[in-house]
Design a protein around this ligand. Structure first.
Ligand code: THU
Length: 122
């Protein structure tokens, strides 16, 4: 959250991914004057994961302030899906620490993923 670049919303978000090798990759939201070009913290952490050679999200922490839980946006749920599994844990945090944990399947049921593009018989 401290590294966030969020001058427009003022809403800082941090994310940290635990990968299949036990390594942790962190990210923060990076906003843009052209608003839709901004990047969520989860997407930023996924870029770091991939560039470090990781390929699987075992667990991801997302941290943001406020009374409501800082749950991943819809687009980020799908991005997590690409490198996650049904039982991937999504740990929602605030500046004080963890608040609630969900599985990816709970936040994105009946998801479309890489498996949907396999086993296509002609
Ligand atoms: N944001 C994230 O980084 N992750 C989320 O899952 C929800 C929203 C960011 C995007 C934007 O920079 C700010 O929070 C306000 O929407």
């Amino acid at each position: 959250m401290e590294k966030a670049y969020a001058p427009y919303s003022g809403f800082a978000v941090g994310a940290a991914i635990l990968d299949e090798k036990g390594n942790i990759h962190s990210g923060a939201n990076i906003e843009n004057a052209a608003y839709p070009q901004g990047c969520c913290a989860e997407a930023s952490a996924i870029s770091v994961l991939i560039m470090a050679g990781g390929r699987q999200i075992r667990k991801i922490a997302v941290a943001g302030r406020g009374e409501l839980l800082c749950t991943p946006c819809g687009g980020c749920r799908q991005k997590i899906r690409e490198f996650g599994a049904a039982d991937t844990q999504i740990v929602i945090c605030d500046e004080a620490g963890p608040r609630q944990t969900f599985t990816l399947d709970a936040l994105l049921p009946y998801s479309f993923g890489p498996d949907n593009l396999d086993n296509l018989s002609e």
